[in-house]
Design a protein around this ligand. Structure first.
Ligand code: GPW
Length: 842
């Protein structure tokens, strides 16, 4: 590496190489230096915010050194890289993760303590990086952690939203959205004002023919917006490898503003141009599992995809390799269909700008891309109107039509007897207006398509993408069951449990890198001291959450009660409504008991959290009902500790880190066949909580791993859902008697104005109960009773918990990333130099 620098300069550079702090004394020195010089403050006005800033900068210096080395190493090795394109990266906080991955948390703890701070308080100063909605965005963040920890040369590409997912406030029981301006102070990003790409929109296409008769398309005119790169270092755990997450920010292309307009007095419109450009990366769309087809969203997609591809192609061209080697150097993973235009953009670059033949170009494209599907819900499958694509990206629409033409010709040749096949699989839906089906485009342009859990992958093969399995053969469609990073979701969120595990499974550095080693704790399942310590860890985590609940809601809950948690985006298919109906049923039952009877019941705390998309009326109604039930139940003197209902506002990654380790039971109760995988189910079990759930998504594989005696499954199966829905709509739909009782109480006004909750009730009673709440309600209540009974036998309960954790190794995102690397990307890790002694994990 150094050989590229000429002799005399090289010496000076090497002699003065930055190294970052080593050990506690240097750490303190660096913190004080950053307080005094970078922040221009002193020990007399260094509050926790400043201490956070200085600590982060000290750690950042360490990260950057390894980051530069990793990037140089990857450039010189010139091996294949993975590019993970995702519109969402739900990163949460970075400092704690950096301390852990670099392996210097103990140093930070004692150093900060000598300077007068507690490391936990400092960590909590950080604002979450919340550039995502839910599971899809968090999956991308877990993948980045695993890619770096496993030493894969990999980059993430996303958008640098000025506003992440909104902050949720609950006011009078209603959700209120508050903008999340998070960039005020962000030490983790590096603006690269020299790395820019000008992105074109609108305009028109002209074709020219050269002497040989070759036709070339030229996309001309329109407007230009500048993409500026912001880089975020992603440290691996217990390895010096530090990868890059590149987020694009939009700016006016013409400089600060149009001086012509400014000087001629048209100040407002000159600023207006700039603001319009900045709008592209201004805000994350707050929809989860829903496609709303807004023009600005399509602009975001193309802006991000075009800038990323320009960057990737620029890097490839430096190697001077022939184009056919592109797929040997580049694997691009499409996180859902949001980046599907990348397929069209690469084809455009190759044929219009690089002069390749269509077929050669298309081969390269197909070998380069692969696509992950995350849902079968029809309302979430992206479609863009042909008119909108034509207007915004005229050349891309032509290419989409050509891709479709050649694809349909192939289908016609291979399946001449099935005439209806053509309209079924056409990338263009012949509706009014015509629509581009993005999932079909993604399939046709990729070499592999994967689902995210076994049931989900089976469903896409047999339902929504059935014809494509016929056309391309079964090998194109694979399963890669999701995973989670055990660094954040075990060691960081639950240090107590992690060190208890370490006492049996050995060094965290080993089992956090090979999570199957967790199975060692199963040998201690009958060890009384281990079991006692296990129970103490859980109780301490519940106490921590109880304190948090007290401080944020004022409500006192007993850590001895059974903590029942459902935290995730609010959605009808996830069925928080079924949970709250169940809570109401429990409340009615408690009310019907004598005080003596009531004293004997196992107390329960029902904890909810999650955001509703701002335009999702039913989801907001569900939040309102949960809060209304809470204010009745929590203030009912008959009830006391027997039942508490808590809604925790603004659920996000850093709150998940407190909530998840504190659960006894968590709810993953989607209508069978609707939740592609779920990933919080994995987090809860890994943290020693049990699950009540449906046979859906990864619940099924969790059951297979931990054993069906360790999970509370209930409800109808995916294979029966269609028939049940049909019956509910066309047959005589009798609703479950217990649910009917609950509805009558809601309608009597017990929880406030019955009108406010009419939508939720009539969705079940009158509109066919699409999510089968009534069909599953009896089974749900019975299973909740079984949960109470099982919890009463604490010894058996603890056995279930320990056994489950021991068997969760499969769900590490490291396993998941290794599967992608082998089955889809064909990439190898690049081992770091092991002799520089940096980057030892804790
Ligand atoms: F609709 N998921 C999500 F498929 O969080 F695009 N947001 C989304 O918009 C979509 C999916 C989309 C989730 C799935 O709902 C969840 O089951 C899965 O575990 C997660 O993606 C990661 O694969």
């Amino acid at each position: 590496v150094e050989a590229s620098i000429p002799e005399p300069q090289r010496e000076a550079w090497l002699k003065n190489q930055a190294s970052g702090f080593k050990g506690k004394d240097q750490f303190e020195k660096e913190v004080v230096r950053h307080v005094e010089t970078t922040l221009a403050r002193s020990m007399f006005n260094c509050d926790e915010t400043a201490a956070y800033a200085a600590t982060s900068l000290a750690f950042r210096d360490r990260l950057v050194i390894e980051w530069n080395r990793t990037q140089q190493r990857q450039t010189f090795a010139d091996s294949k890289r993975v590019y993970y394109l995702s519109l969402e990266f739900l990163m949460g906080r970075a400092l704690d993760n950096a301390m852990l991955n670099i392996g210097e948390k103990e140093v930070a703890k004692s150093g900060l303590s000598e300077l007068g701070f507690r490391v936990e308080d400092i960590i909590q100063q950080e604002h979450d990086a919340a550039l995502g909605n839910g599971g899809l965005g968090r999956l991308a963040a877990c993948f980045l952690d695993s890619l770096a920890s496993l030493n894969f040369p990999a980059w993430g590409y996303g958008l640098r939203y000025r506003y992440g997912i909104f902050k949720q406030e609950i006011i009078d029981g209603y959700q209120v959205e508050v903008p999340d301006y998070w960039l005020d102070f962000n030490p983790w990003e590096f603006p690269r004002h020299d790395v820019t790409v000008d992105i074109q929109f609108y305009g028109n296409v002209n074709k020219t023919t050269d002497d040989s008769g070759k036709v070339t398309a030229h996309w001309e005119g329109g407007e230009t917006v500048r993409a500026v790169a912001y880089d975020v270092p992603i440290p691996g755990y217990a390895t010096p490898s530090t990868n890059n997450l590149r987020l694009w920010s939009s700016q006016a292309a013409s400089g600060e503003f149009d001086f012509q307009k400014f000087n001629s007095g048209d100040y407002e419109s000159s600023v207006g141009d700039q603001q319009r450009a900045e709008t592209i990366s201004a805000v994350l769309y707050p929809n989860d599992n829903l496609d709303r087809g807004k023009e600005l969203r399509l602009k975001q997609q193309y802006f991000w995809v075009a800038a990323s591809l320009y960057d990737i192609v620029r890097r490839f061209k430096k190697s001077k390799r022939p184009w056919r080697e592109f797929p040997d150097q580049v694997a691009i993973q499409l996180n859902d269909t949001h980046p599907t235009l990348a397929i069209v953009e690469l084809q455009r670059i190759l044929i219009d700008l690089e002069g390749l033949d269509w077929d050669d170009a298309w081969n390269i494209v197909q070998q380069t891309f692969s696509y992950t599907n995350h849902t079968v819900l029809p309302e979430a499958l992206e479609k863009w109107s042909v008119g909108l694509v034509q207007h915004l990206l005229p050349r891309h629409l032509q290419i989409i039509y050509d891709i479709n033409l050649f694809f349909l010709q192939m289908v016609e040749r291979n399946f001449p007897k099935d005439r209806e096949m053509l309209s079924r699989v056409s990338i263009i839906e012949e509706s009014q207006p015509k629509m581009v089906r993005m999932a079909y485009l993604a399939i046709v342009g990729s070499h592999k398509v994967n689902g995210v859990a076994e049931l989900h992958s089976d469903l896409i093969r047999t339902t929504i993408f059935k014809d494509f399995v016929t056309i391309f053969g079964p090998d194109k469609f694979v399963n890669v069951t999701n995973g989670i990073t055990p660094r954040r979701w075990l060691h960081q969120a639950n240090p107590g449990l992690s060190s208890l595990i370490a006492s049996k499974a050995g060094d965290p550095e080993h089992y956090l890198k090979d999570l199957t080693l967790l199975n060692k704790i199963e040998l201690s399942v009958n060890d009384p001291a281990f079991r006692k310590a296990w129970a103490e860890v859980k109780l301490a985590n519940k106490q921590r959450l109880a304190d948090y609940i007290k401080s944020t809601t004022g409500i006192v809950v007993s850590p001895k009660a059974l903590f029942d948690v459902q935290v995730k985006r609010i959605h009808e298919y996830k069925r928080q409504q079924m949970n709250i109906f169940g809570v109401i049923f429990r409340y009615l039952k408690l009310k019907s008991m004598s005080p003596e009877e009531r004293k004997k019941v196992l107390p329960r705390v029902s904890i909810f959290g999650g955001k509703a998309a701002p335009g999702y009326w039913m989801a907001k109604q569900i939040i309102h009902l949960i809060n209304s039930v809470g204010s009745v139940v929590n203030n009912d003197p008959d009830i006391g500790d027997a039942l508490k209902v808590i809604f925790l506002e603004d659920y996000n990654v850093s709150k998940a880190e407190i909530i998840i380790p504190a659960s006894d039971i968590s709810e993953h109760i989607s209508t069978a066949g609707t939740e592609a995988s779920g990933t919080s189910n994995m987090k809860f079990v890994l943290n020693g909580g049990l699950i009540i759930g449906t046979c859906d998504g990864a619940n099924i594989e969790i059951t297979r791993e931990i054993g069906e005696e360790n999970i509370f499954l209930f409800g109808n199966l995916a294979e029966d859902v269609d028939d049940l829905r049909h019956k509910n709509t066309y047959g005589d739909h009798k609703i479950d008697p217990s649910l009917d009782k609950v509805f009558n109480v809601i309608q009597s006004g017990t929880f406030g104005n019955a009108q406010d909750f009419q939508g939720m009730v009539s969705a079940v009673r009158e509109h066919g109960d699409f999510y089968l709440v009534s069909d599953d309600f009896h089974s749900y209540l019975e299973t909740q009773e079984l949960v109470d009974k099982s919890y009463a036998d604490q010894e058996l309960w603890i056995t279930k918990c320990i056994t489950s954790v021991a068997r969760m190794g499969f769900f590490s995102s490291d396993r998941c990333i290794n599967e992608y690397a082998e089955e889809i990307w064909n990439v190898e890790p690049l081992q770091p130099d092991t002799n520089n002694g940096v980057g030892k994990g804790e």
